[in-house]
Design a protein around this ligand. Structure first.
Ligand SMILES: NC(=O)c1ccc[n+]([C@@H]2O[C@H](COP(=O)([O-])OP(=O)(O)OC[C@H]3O[C@@H](n4cnc5c(N)ncnc54)[C@H](OP(=O)(O)O)[C@@H]3O)[C@@H](O)[C@H]2O)c1
Length: 235
């Protein structure tokens, strides 16, 4: 069994990769910063010595790099991932009416097009095999406009649209599709947050939820997961 997790050197992606490796999956992970990626790969190998870990530096905002990553994963692990987690994403706060020119394009490339291109690289084989589960890391910002959401929120609405369309398309093909929309999770995105720690969820909460959604009978699928801190949204 193997899983692909994008943007997995830290935060939610790392927690998901650690969880899946611990559950017996080989994992293919990527991020841009090589040092952080290598440290994460080493940590996973130490925690789960039986797991094969393929860790490749990739800029998921670059279509050709995404396709090369897909080819490398295929060469190492095979055509049909059991789990594909489209997690890589960047959050740059802003407001549509005043943010810098280029925000939307940059975030679209990493937050949406990466998922589109990587999924399309694997979906024909998944369809043919009638198996596999695609998870898309959306956000509560995929459902609701927030102050300072700006282009980020637009890209996350779009990613949820991608997830919903793919889900419809895959119904007859035995491939599951799930969107996960967390509220605030304690990761680098929240560096400097000075409120109480219980206002943010843990990355491991998201990994547990993904794992729970993976474990259903073949005829059942969780389409959309929305999760928030017990105390609700911030602000
Ligand atoms: N944290 C939250 O509160 C929260 C809430 C809702 C949804 N989300 C979503 O959950 C996902 C993960 O968020 P996170 O908070 O865990 O983020 P994070 O801690 O900032 O980690 C992001 C990961 O993605 C990688 N990454 C960023 N840009 C990339 C690129 N162009 N190509 C390849 N890898 C890239 C980063 O490594 P490099 O920088 O080295 O590339 C890192 O490994 C994102 O899609 C985010 O929008 C997060």
């Amino acid at each position: 069994m193997f899983a692909i997790i994008t943007g997995a050197s830290k935060g939610i992606g790392k927690a998901v990769a650690e969880k899946l490796a611990a559950e017996g999956f080989d994992v293919a992970i990527c991020a841009r910063n090589v040092q952080a990626l290598d440290e994460t790969a080493a940590a996973i190998r130490q925690q789960s010595p039986r797991a094969k870990v393929l860790a490749l530096p990739v800029d998921m905002g670059d279509k050709q790099a995404v396709l090369s990553f897909a080819a490398a994963v295929r060469g190492e692990f095979g055509e049909v991932p059991d789990i594909l987690v489209n997690n890589a994403g960047i959050f740059v706060p802003g407001a549509v009416h005043e943010e810098e020119d280029g925000h939307l394009e940059k975030m679209m490339a990493v937050n949406l097009y990466s998922a589109y291109h990587l999924t399309r690289a694997f979906i024909p084989a998944m369809k043919a095999a009638k198996k596999g589960h695609v998870f898309n890391l959306c956000s509560t910002a995929s459902h609701k406009a927030y102050p300072n959401g700006g282009s980020y929120s637009i890209t996350k609405f779009a990613l949820l649209g991608f997830s919903k369309n793919l889900r419809e398309e895959m119904k007859p093909h035995g491939v599951k599709v799930t969107s996960i929309s967390p509220g605030p999770v304690l990761t680098a995105s929240w560096e400097g947050f000075e409120g109480p720690a219980d206002r943010l969820m843990e990355p491991a909460d998201v990994a547990s939820m993904l794992w729970a959604a993976y474990h259903l009978s073949p005829q059942a699928v969780i389409e959309d997961i929305v999760m928030r801190p017990q105390l609700g949204d911030l602000g």
